[in-house]
Design a protein around this ligand. Structure first.
Ligand SMILES: C[S@@+](CC[C@H](N)C(=O)[O-])C[C@H]1O[C@@H](n2cnc3c(N)ncnc32)[C@H](O)[C@@H]1O
Length: 221
């Protein structure tokens, strides 16, 4: 796989996959995008709406781990418990992980970032009083999900680049592992995707997207 580290507008790196001609994050700012789409409009929105002892998050595509570390930081700041569950069939190499400029090397979050990558698959690691992570080296198509989640971070490559991720079958699988009232957030707001979500039974909201993108989707079960 041909992966290259590139800069985005907020100074944070992302990865460019030349086979797909697609980046892991928005070139308008990877940290800004992750914060807006997943942490603010996903986790923060949901924890204000529903008071729970533990918020169960399921992420499609662990990739750089950026969404995880930003969610960890949020859980520390708000003192809310999160159980973060993520799948990634194509983990990044050590070389790339160490080169990505996420978080100041002297800060605890850099250590969490590196540990989250070296963590073994299929094991759960407790990172703080508020946050644990479980990762699985599985595709969305293959994985069997038995849990019930509160927040889905649907962070797959765009439907135009990897349509197999956005099938009705995959979206249905996600729907069945969501608790009532739970939400799915994603940067994508394509027409077909929104229609499919509605057909499955989601209540679909179109909300302002991160910088450089007019809209994003939040879908509630
Ligand atoms: C847009 S990137 C986002 C990654 C990550 N959330 C981040 O912040 O870096 C999409 C991710 O989905 C992963 N992926 C590709 N095919 C997949 C599949 N069939 N099931 C689950 N994840 C997949 C890719 O390897 C990549 O890491």
């Amino acid at each position: 796989m041909s992966l290259k580290i590139i800069n985005t507008s907020d100074g944070s790196h992302t990865i460019y996959n030349s086979e797909l001609n697609e980046t892991y994050h928005s070139i308008n700012g990877s940290i800004k995008e992750s914060m807006h789409v997943y942490v603010e409009e996903g986790l923060n929105y949901f924890q204000k709406k529903a008071k729970k002892e533990v918020y169960k998050i399921f992420e499609v595509g662990f990739g750089t781990g950026l969404n995880f570390v930003l969610s960890y930081l949020f859980s520390e700041e708000k003192k809310i418990n999160i159980e973060y569950h993520s799948i990634e069939p194509y983990p990044l190499t050590d070389g790339i992980i160490k080169k990505l400029n996420y978080f100041n090397t002297e800060l605890k979050e850099r250590e969490i970032y590196l540990n989250s990558h070296s963590q073994k698959f299929n094991s759960k690691i407790i990172y703080s009083d508020f946050c644990s992570l479980r990762k699985e080296k599985e595709t969305l198509e293959e994985i069997r999900i038995n849990n019930s989640f509160d927040i889905i971070y649907f962070d797959a490559f765009a439907p135009s680049k990897q349509p197999s991720m956005w099938t009705l079958q995959n979206l249905n699988k996600i729907f069945t592992c969501m608790s009532d009232g739970s939400i799915l957030v994603t940067y994508c707001s394509s027409g077909k995707f929104k229609r499919d979500l509605k057909e499955i039974g989601f209540n679909v909201e179109i909300i302002p997207g991160p910088i450089g993108k007019k809209e994003m989707v939040r879908a509630t079960k």
